[in-house]
Design a protein around this ligand. Structure first.
Ligand SMILES: [Zn+2]
Length: 297
């Protein structure tokens, strides 16, 4: 059984937001047991717990919000917290978005590992997948299967493009998130850049924070960090999105061309299928998800 965790020291990072182009500052504060992952906006003295019901937009990034505050592009930060097992944290955000940094999660991962992780004296419940759950639409497919660990398999397929098919499996408990997933950057296609600009998206995007592909090559002079960097980044995004379940998932998530929108749709389907999973904890054998949210006591 895992214990709840927070960070040992306060840390901060700052930079431009990918979609808003706004300069944003983030401070991560250690938090006591049963706090959960809480976003805090100091100028409005407003805070918000993180769970699937707080997702308000999935257009090119995952945005969470309530009637008082909204934070865009939370998925990379949430992925690092999930991978490092941080369950209690207050995330102070000055600005509308989590900074994109270099487009990957490497800086945030290094900051958290540098600050140190503190194990807390309370058990962290988790969701154990008992029966397969499937979702399919014209965009892609997602499934969850019983599995002894926290594993994600992702398949990408770029039709008529040199990138072709990319497939990767990553086990969060056995693999190295720092080496295999955290360095993989956000990516996009040159043909879509004009559309992003016309629709007010990717205002902060540049070759310093995204890998851009033309029909025949990589636009960035620096090249790729991994041959299959795109699928590694999709695994990063999925780890972040799936953390919005509110509890770690023991199971194997298999995604085929999924994105933020489909991940969120799948999580809602999974949570609605209460026979397909159980919450494992030393205190409670099984309870409906909403009773847990981020208050475990
Ligand atoms: Zn991403």
């Amino acid at each position: 059984m895992r214990s709840q965790r927070t960070i040992k020291d306060r840390i901060n990072f700052q930079g431009v937001g990918l979609h808003t182009g706004a300069y944003c500052k983030v401070t991560l504060h250690p938090a006591p047991v049963d706090t959960g992952i809480v976003f805090y906006r100091p100028c409005k003295k407003s805070s918000m717990s993180t769970n699937i019901s707080t997702v308000v937009d999935t257009t090119y990034a995952t945005t969470i919000g309530n009637d008082r505050m909204k934070v865009r592009t939370v998925e990379h930060l949430l992925a690092v917290l999930s991978a490092t097992g941080i369950t209690n944290l207050t995330i102070e955000v000055e600005g509308p978005e989590i900074p994109i940094l270099d487009g990957s999660a490497i800086e945030i991962t290094q900051l958290i590992l540098g600050a140190g992780i503190k194990r807390q004296k309370k058990v962290m419940p988790y969701i154990k997948i008992l029966q397969p759950v499937f979702l399919e639409d014209d965009q892609g497919k997602v499934a969850a299967y019983p599995y002894d660990g926290r594993k994600i398999t992702f398949r990408l397929f770029f039709k008529n493009h040199f990138l072709g098919e990319q497939l990767m499996s990553f086990d969060l408990d056995r693999g190295s998130f720092l080496k295999e997933i955290a360095p993989a950057r956000t990516f996009g296609f040159l043909k879509d850049v004009e559309y992003y600009r016309a629709n007010g998206l990717a205002k902060g995007g540049s070759l310093d924070n995204a890998v851009i592909f033309s029909e025949t090559s990589i636009v960035n002079n620096s090249g790729l960090r991994f041959k299959d960097e795109c699928v590694r980044h999709k695994i990063l995004d999925s780890i972040g999105d799936f953390s919005l379940v509110g509890l770690p998932i023991e199971g194997h998530i298999v995604a085929d061309k999924s994105g933020h929108k489909m991940n969120v749709k799948f999580i809602n389907k999974l949570l609605a299928c209460s026979d397909c999973w159980e919450v494992v904890s030393d205190q409670v054998e099984k309870a409906p998800y909403p009773a847990f949210s981020y208050s475990y006591s």
